[in-house]
Design a protein around this ligand. Structure first.
Ligand code: FMN
Length: 321
């Protein structure tokens, strides 16, 4: 392992510098427990919809199935979140955060928005904090605010994305951030882990590869779609939330092509269409559903147990970079 990767593992209590990315509707206690038990960091995603009781149940499950292992909870923290009523409404996020503090969840992660206003209370409670960001500017801001690590997510990733590719963004972040950097977006193989560590990242955060795991909550048709996808199967669209998001080019996504000017800005578009993420993930609805997915789906040939995925990714970290 590289010194940076070894330091990350020490800081977070991991055996391998592999974070399983939080994915709304897809990563609950089942997958997080399997990843944490295998030596990576399993992450429950609250997705901006999960109730406190549901979240507590998933935390209990991870503690039961991966006793003593670190794990994380991903919160969506859009700075422009409405008070209530849709994806990542601030009231649900506040409740989830309070529960993370009460339950002493080892690592809190934030996606989508600016987490700086909640960072002090997370640190005051003694929890580690990691931000997922899509630009160098946001990476610098959260690192300066004291994030324990920063996940920089490139444009090839599944879910909400910025315009910059992983390779460029990760190198820029490594060059200019005081905090450990994890690369995300397009990482599905041990070779990609090796590449990320070689360019100075301390670790990786992996989404789409775990989407197609046995323990993922994604509908079997969704997981099979990852296996079937090629490198052109996904597109970046504003259709679901009004923010750019990479997803499978389903009928719903295509229905907005050529009339992008009718898409409302976030959060209005999300008010009308956020339900489609659930329909895609849980019901495997390819007509009306929205199915976030990264370009690296093209590299994924089979659904595998999460422990096997962790093992294969970790092989890329084991050799000296
Ligand atoms: C189905 C799906 C749902 C996602 N939901 C979230 C989320 O709730 N919070 C978040 O921070 N990121 C979310 N993401 C982004 C992932 O956390 C991660 O950064 C991304 O999947 C990494 O790229 P990869 O898919 O190429 O591995 C999601 C991604 C996917 C594919």
């Amino acid at each position: 392992m590289t010194p940076a990767a070894a330091e990350l593992c020490r800081l977070f209590g991991l055996e391998a510098p592999i974070f399983q990315a939080g994915m709304g509707w897809v990563t609950t206690g089942r997958l997080a427990a399997a990843v944490s038990a295998a030596g990576g960091l399993g992450v429950i995603a609250t997705g901006g919809y999960m109730t406190a009781d549901e979240l507590r149940g998933h935390i209990v499950r991870v503690r039961d199935e991966a006793p003593g292992k670190p794990f994380g909870v991903n919160l969506l923290l859009p700075g422009d979140a409405p008070a209530q009523g849709t994806m990542a409404s601030f009231d649900l996020t506040r409740i989830a955060l309070a529960l993370c503090i009460e339950e002493r969840v080892p690592v809190v992660l934030s996606g989508l928005g600016d987490p700086r206003s909640v960072l002090p209370e997370i640190h005051a409670a003694g929890l580690r904090f990691v931000a997922v960001v899509g630009s160098l500017k946001a990476a610098r801001a959260v690192a300066e605010a004291g994030a324990d690590a920063v996940i920089v997510q490139g444009n090839e990733a599944g879910g909400h994305v910025g315009p910059i590719g992983t390779l460029t963004l990760a190198q820029l972040a490594v060059r200019s951030l005081p905090a450990p950097v994890l690369a995300a977006g397009g990482i599905a193989t041990g070779a990609a882990v090796r590449a990320a560590l070689a360019l100075g990242a301390a670790g990786v955060s992996v989404g789409t590869r775990f989407l197609a795991s046995e323990e993922s909550d994604a509908h079997p048709r969704y997981r099979q779609a990852v296996v079937d996808a090629d490198e052109r199967s996904t597109v970046v669209t504003l259709a679901c939330t009004g923010k750019p998001s990479r997803a499978l080019r389903t009928a719903f996504v295509q229905s907005w092509e050529g009339r992008e000017d009718e898409i409302q800005p976030y959060p209005e578009q999300a008010f009308d269409h956020f339900w489609r993420a659930r329909a895609g993930a849980i019901e495997g609805d390819f007509e009306d559903g929205f199915l976030p997915m990264g370009q690296c789906a093209a590299l994924i040939d089979e659904v595998l147990p999460a422990a096997t995925i962790v093992e294969r990714l970790a092989e890329g970290a084991a050799v000296p970079a």
